[in-house]
Ligand binder design. Structure first.
Ligand code: SF4
Length: 195
């Protein structure tokens, strides 16, 4: 089966999924988008209002900022793969519970198997905690390369919604650190010659 066919199966299963209470209020599921051959996968926490409306990941204000961050190093959204830990919007944009993340996590694992990225960029504490299996702070880990399962490397970055709340560009600010991080992501991208 091709990657497209496999991802279609995942999408169909997500669309029918009622494994956690988040399905009840969703307008659309948000599976993910981008290249199925991307060497880098960005993983956020869960869909917000705009994402729920459109069925696309990272298209609201935070998503637009993520797009700009990518473009600042000449990366397009379609050069990478973008998705979330949970595929349905948590009410009022609350953090998805541990049970919801657990119920949904196998879809993300399937996406990782299909796309097979070299680097995974968890955006924010929730996504990073999901990957590490324990509650951790993004502030402590951002910008660090962490070996993960199957030889994959985690490279956590701040969630763009955190940057919207902290707009300062001063040296050492979250935005300044993100600029340093995305330059590294660009380096990683260039180093992935395998595809
Ligand atoms: S969030 Fe995930 S597990 Fe919960 S209903 Fe949606 S697709 Fe299913």
């Amino acid at each position: 089966m091709t990657r497209e066919e496999l991802m279609k199966i995942v999408s169909e299963r997500v669309e029918k999924c009622t494994a956690c209470p988040l399905w009840e209020k969703r307008t659309n599921v948000v599976v993910g988008e981008g290249s199925l051959f991307a060497p880098i996968m960005f993983v956020g926490e869960g869909p917000g209002e705009e994402e729920d409306k459109t069925g696309r990941p990272f298209v609201g204000k935070a998503g637009q900022l993520l797009t700009k961050i990518l473009e600042s190093v000449q990366l397009r959204r379609e050069d990478v793969y973008i998705c979330n830990v949970v595929k349905c919007r948590p009410p009022e944009n609350r953090v998805p519970t541990a049970e919801e993340q657990k119920a949904c996590g196998h879809f993300l694992y399937a996406q990782i198997m299909i796309v097979d990225p070299v680097y995974i960029v968890p955006l924010g504490s929730t996504a990073l905690s999901f990957f590490l299996g324990q509650n951790v702070s993004i502030t402590e880990y951002r910008g660090k390369e962490i070996e993960w399962k199957g030889g994959k490397i985690l490279f956590p970055m701040f969630h763009p919604s955190y940057l919207l709340r902290n707009p300062s560009k001063e040296k050492g600010s979250p935005k300044d650190l993100t600029w340093q991080d995305i330059k590294k992501v660009r380096m990683f991208y260039d180093s992935c010659k395998r595809r």
